[in-house]
Design a binder for this molecule. Structure first.
Ligand SMILES: *[C@@H]1O[C@H](CO)[C@@H](O)[C@H](O)[C@H]1NC(C)=O
Ligand SMILES: *[C@@H]1O[C@H](CO)[C@@H](O)[C@H](O)[C@H]1NC(C)=O
Ligand SMILES: *[C@@H]1O[C@H](CO)[C@@H](O)[C@H](O)[C@H]1NC(C)=O
Ligand SMILES: *[C@@H]1O[C@H](CO)[C@@H](O)[C@H](O)[C@H]1NC(C)=O
Length: 380
């Protein structure tokens, strides 16, 4: 027994050395220690200095499996994902919440819907990660179960969970992903932040409503993570950031009245009222998160949310001087309206230099584009 377990330890160590990707071998130990993905390849900008992200949102797989139209919707959504990825060829994919309409799923097979979503994503062989939404927490499915299933079936998933105690009830999916200028760099030039805005209902027959905002425990975590980055990688002034969270922060609600179709183009068909932003019950619950994000994450190009299928605009949030953008409803499931269509938000960083602007626009399934804006210091 003893010999066996020693052998097991030795072979694990050997495996780990071998598993370290070649592009990480030369980095200092402190840098490797901070790397959340020691055994995965680094995500990098292209050689021409650009980095493109395609965001799918509100896929809503699994509606009414007992009817014809639900499964046909999902086939349509899979066709959309495949067609868009073949055209856009992004460097990174984000699935920004409400992957599944959990109200309609069955206890014994709800995670099979994750397999359906991952099929076209895996086929594209592009790294990606997910946030989760209010419909991903229901009596028969949880954010945790979706994440575990994704990690099991999708080798290029960079989705993670927050450390124990961070994220609040049913909000495990808070993490960050480093992006490097070149594969030989040991210090990233861009951090993609992902936050779990929870919502929906807890698991099981006695299911109760889950708070629909990023838990206040995330505020301190953002502070400690950014401090660790500054210590190991140096000043944040050379690092850009983009944040993704399914439900828009509460502060976004007030901007809707000030939109201008020139600087804030795109659909504006969903009124932001109760339930449309985080913290639908009482104002202020997501304020610790919002304050900490904006105080600690430097060079934040934008905060990106889904949830409101009829909105596509970007706008500057004046109290924090940060740009917010809605996604594009991507799934045939979930509520929709004539003329809204289905598509994605594309984001292109023109350079790893965080002072350079970011271009973003909505692309519909048929290739039509709209609502193109450049997010920089001069934006709106
Ligand atoms: C599936 O997509 C086709 C167009 O490709 C559309 O005509 C049809 O209504 C869609 N069906 C469902 C159930 O979404
Ligand atoms: C959950 O799954 C069970 C067992 O598959 C099913 O009976 C039930 O209708 C599902 N939905 C809800 C909301 O409980
Ligand atoms: C899950 O099981 C239900 C009930 O048997 C079935 O209607 C549904 O199609 C199944 N869903 C998946 C994703 O396999
Ligand atoms: C809308 O924005 C454009 C471009 O920023 C600006 O020129 C125009 O004056 C704005 N219109 C209103 C009504 O504020």
């Amino acid at each position: 027994m003893r010999v066996c377990s020693l052998l097991a330890v030795a072979s694990t160590a050997l495996w780990q050395t071998h598993a370290l990707p070649a592009n990480k071998l030369k980095c200092a130990k402190s840098s490797l220690d901070l790397d959340p993905y020691p055994h995965k390849s680094k995500i990098t900008f292209k050689e021409d200095g650009t980095f493109k992200i395609t965001v799918f949102s509100d896929l809503h797989y699994g509606e009414n499996p007992w009817d014809d139209w639900g499964p046909i919707q999902d086939i349509n959504s899979t066709t959309l994902i495949s067609a868009v990825l073949a055209d856009e060829k992004p460097d990174y994919i984000v699935l920004n919440g409400d992957l599944i309409t959990g109200e309609n799923t069955f206890r014994e097979n709800s995670t099979l819907l994750i397999d359906e979503i991952m099929a076209p994503v895996n086929a594209a062989k592009i790294p990606f990660s997910s946030t989760h939404g209010n419909h991903d927490n229901e009596a028969n499915i949880t954010h945790t179960e979706e994440i575990e299933r994704e990690l099991l079936v999708a080798p290029l998933s960079y989705t993670r969970v927050a450390p124990p105690g961070i994220g609040g009830e049913d909000g495990p999916g808070t993490y960050w992903v480093p992006v490097y200028t070149k594969a030989t760099d040991c210090t990233p030039s861009l951090i993609l932040w992902f936050f779990d805005s929870r919502g929906g209902f807890s698991l099981g027959p006695d299911s109760h409503a889950v708070p629909d905002w990023v838990d206040s425990s995330v505020a301190g975590w953002i502070e400690s993570e950014t401090q660790a980055m500054n210590t190991v990688w140096g000043s944040a002034k050379d690092r850009g950031a983009i944040a993704f969270v399914h439900i828009p922060p509460h502060a976004i609600q007030a901007i809707q009245e000030t939109l201008n179709s020139t600087s804030n183009p795109g659909l504006n068909d969903d009124f932001l009222g109760s339930g449309s932003t985080q913290d639908s019950a009482a104002v202020g619950n997501d304020q610790p998160f919002w304050d900490s994000l904006n105080a600690n994450v430097k060079n934040l190009h934008a905060v990106i949310s889904g949830h409101d299928h009829g909105n596509e605009w970007c706008a500057r949030e004046p109290t924090k001087n940060v740009i917010f953008c809605f996604d594009k409803h991507s799934g045939y499931g979930g509520y929709s309206s004539a003329g809204w269509g289905y598509g994605v938000r594309n984001i292109i960083l023109s350079s790893p230099d965080p002072s350079k602007g970011v271009e973003t626009w909505i692309r519909l399934q048929d290739g039509t584009t709209r609502a193109r804006v450049t997010l920089d210091a001069n934006y709106s």
